[in-house]
Write a protein that binds this ligand. Sequence first.
Ligand SMILES: [Zn+2]
Length: 291
Amino acid sequence: MSVLWLAPRLFLNEDTVPELLARRTRLPLQHTQVEDMALVAGIKPLVLRELPWEGAEAQAEFFRQRGLCALLRASEKTKATSTVWLMAGRSEAQVGEVAELMMGGLPTTQDHRRLGSLLGYPPCCVNTFCEHPSEEYTRMEQAAARTRPPGNPWLNVLDPWVFRLISWEPCSFQCALSATYADRLEALLRPHFRSFLQRTREVLSGARLYLHPNVQLTLEGDVWDDGFLPRLVAPTARDREGVLPLTPEDEADVARALREVRAAQKVTCSEGQIFLDGRPWARGFLVRFRG
Ligand SMILES: [Zn+2]
């Protein structure tokens, strides 16, 4: 279903879809590699990952060779997709407890809370997740509502496929515990990936117009009166990893949103609604980050 529900879907703009495709790049660093480095450096207590069977044993061995404990377990969920859970950490007891939780299928909120705590996620963020476990839009909207702009760019996880340092959704885009973790990780990576981190931070610093988890735009511009005056409007797809492309329908929505926001002078948001030049346009919200 189109998320731009206030007007019928228009035909694809021939100029904007190629722009989305051209902006997909292969990142020099994957989020999973960052998690591995955080674990090995002692910044993160434990990692949990769903992997294809092929190569999973080699991944587990990677951690064991670094003095960590690693387990592979197939649950009812992963048997259906021929994948397996990998859990690795410093404490054998904690890795075993995560394996037990995953085998049990996490039926209760208490299980989710315990898992979040074992993975080292801040309690404030775990609590927020547990309030709306299956509603990503609501969680992001609430995190935005708890943020007094500008938010911290390293906590900008609005687009789940853009590179990120933190492995969870923050309770607000200013969550102090999440920011401390991101700062430690950035300091660890900086000597090796300085320019990549700088560029990524710049991209994450733009204001983000959020219509749907897969339909978002990055805006640069000025805050004026009760609105935002965009000077530059870009798809966040420029940071997407090519292995996780958008559906053609989402791509069409992003292309159309790009075209319509670029044609507007002023973007305003009120009570979960976006207005372009004063006209109601779509359900969504805007979050500004520190440039
Ligand atoms: Zn938090």
